[in-house]
Design a protein around this ligand. Structure first.
Ligand code: EPZ
Length: 429
């Protein structure tokens, strides 16, 4: 299994291009199942999760065309993918494919809405909590689907199509909102989604569906109204920038010191995280087509933060922020309110010398003077990258094992950091 070796202690200086958002690209690719015409997606990141989803879509019979590289394009330039679901041969998404990634489960919505049936394995994904799909199922039932769970599969059917309904999520759920949006777009009549997720990825999906002919209002607010249409058509859509990748590199430079421009991204996608970084002593400013983050001298100030649905501080940046706080001058706290088991990076950060105590959903971090490199184990996607950040700031060599987690969500990580002065390399085995 590949490992990443980092020799820490160098500042980061330079430019990092930000990729298209994994968590936007996945639902957008799934939306291709909603039409027989071609959906062209631009700026899709090259990531293992994207490949896994292509496999799932391929199994349903979706034709796929990945456009080749064009002159002058770097390896990291996002790819263009054309997906055409004109000949669906199978409405089952099998365990072997869906168990590797949670988002694969979301194919249930377009399959059900367009073909009246779907059989989808209960999902897998990062082990960061129980991560049930009850709210997604309830949303489909509200729209008139008959749903049963049998032998690890969710089987959803509808006799005469889905019907518009009121869906009031008791808890904000990104996946639930994606599923409700897709299903309601092809249902008869009006659907009102209350307590909808406001994440930028939801807005991106809604914008793409609108281009495909859907009638959606209010995406980005907690009440979305969808007027169902009989059919959707093809479209071309550019995937929005990855706010989690943006925040991750911003935290890396806040920790190592230096001066980085994050290119092809937008500050409004992660205002809460950038504001917080400002309070820790980093200077954050908007530049043309991106964000500049620097910390020159001066210590890292401690901070207290709670993860929340958008526009709050994202759970997907919690581990990275914890890495930063391990070197703060004083005590910080982080409350994780979204997932109940998302502190697995704590024991790995401790190997590097971090002092962190857990009390239920609260992590109490006592800043230390320095971290020291050590072998560590990546446990989930965002936890893995928190170890990379900590390794960049630690003295000596850090070896990160099980890096396949990183490959699920961070495109060309070593190349992007390496060009900014980081001593980081992958050892293949
Ligand atoms: C999405 O997961 C993201 N994944 C996650 O990113 C992200 O952490 C999460 O949203 C929260 O922002 C993708 O977009 C592919 P949820 P999702 O439904 O949709 C509970 C990463 O690292 N819940 O918003 O699965 C759930 O257990 C990943 O890129 C139910 O109880 O998250 C959690 O506590 C990890 N029942 C909360 O809601 C349900 O039916 C929010 O989950 C559904 C969810």
């Amino acid at each position: 299994m590949d490992r990443i070796h980092i020799t820490g202690g160098t500042q980061l200086n330079g430019v990092i291009p930000i990729s298209g958002a994994k968590n936007a690209a996945l639902p957008l690719m799934i939306a291709s199942l909603m039409t027989g015409e071609t959906l062209e997606l631009v700026n899709v990141p090259r990531l293992a999760d994207i490949t896994s989803l292509l496999r799932i879509l391929g199994n349903h019979g979706v034709d796929q065309m990945v456009v080749g590289k064009r002159p002058g394009q770097t390896t990291e330039a996002g790819q263009t993918i054309r997906l055409t679901a004109s000949n669906i041969i199978d409405t089952t998404a099998p365990y072997e494919l869906v168990s590797t990634m949670r988002a694969g489960f979301w194919v249930i919505a377009p399959l059900l809405a367009r073909f009246g049936e779907a059989k989808v394995s209960l999902p897998g994904g990062c082990a960061i909590g129980t991560r049930p799909v009850d709210l997604l199922i309830k949303a489909l039932e509200a729209l008139g689907a008959q749903v049963e769970i049998d032998a690890g599969y969710v089987i959803a059917k509808t006799k005469n199509g889905l019907r518009g309904a009121e869906i009031d999520f008791p808890k904000v759920t990104v996946g639930g909102t994606h599923v409700a949006l897709m299903a309601a777009s092809l249902a008869y009549g009006t659907t009102v989604i209350d307590n909808a997720a406001r994440e930028p990825e939801v807005v991106d999906l809604a914008e793409c569906l609108i281009k495909m002919g859907a009638r959606i209002e209010g995406a980005g607010t907690s009440r979305i109204v969808v007027e169902g249409v009989a059919r959707l058509g093809g479209a071309r859509h550019e995937v929005l920038p990855d706010r989690i990748e943006t925040g991750t590199y911003a935290m890396a430079v806040a920790m190592t010191g230096g001066d980085i421009v994050l290119e092809n991204t937008r500050a409004d996608l992660l205002s809460s995280a950038l504001d917080l970084l400002g309070t820790t002593g980093a200077e954050v400013s908007s530049v043309a087509n991106g964000i500049r983050v620097r910390r020159n001298g001066g210590g890292i100030h401690p901070a207290d933060v709670t993860t929340d649905p958008f526009p709050g501080f994202p759970t997907d940046l919690q581990a990275q922020f914890m890495a930063l706080m391990t070197l703060a001058k004083g005590q910080s706290t982080i409350r994780e309110t979204i997932f109940e088991n998302r502190f697995m990076h704590v024991q790995e950060l401790a190997r590097l010398g971090a002092k962190i105590r857990l009390d239920g959903d609260l992590a109490i971090i006592e800043g230390v003077e320095r971290l020291k490199g050590a072998p560590v184990m990546a446990t989930d996607l965002r936890a893995s990258v928190s170890l990379v950040i900590a390794g960049l700031a630690a003295e000596g060599e850090t070896q990160i094992n099980r890096v396949y987690h990183l490959d699920r969500g961070f495109e060309a990580l070593e190349a992007k950091l390496g060009r900014c002065g980081a001593e980081i390399r992958r050892v293949r085995s």
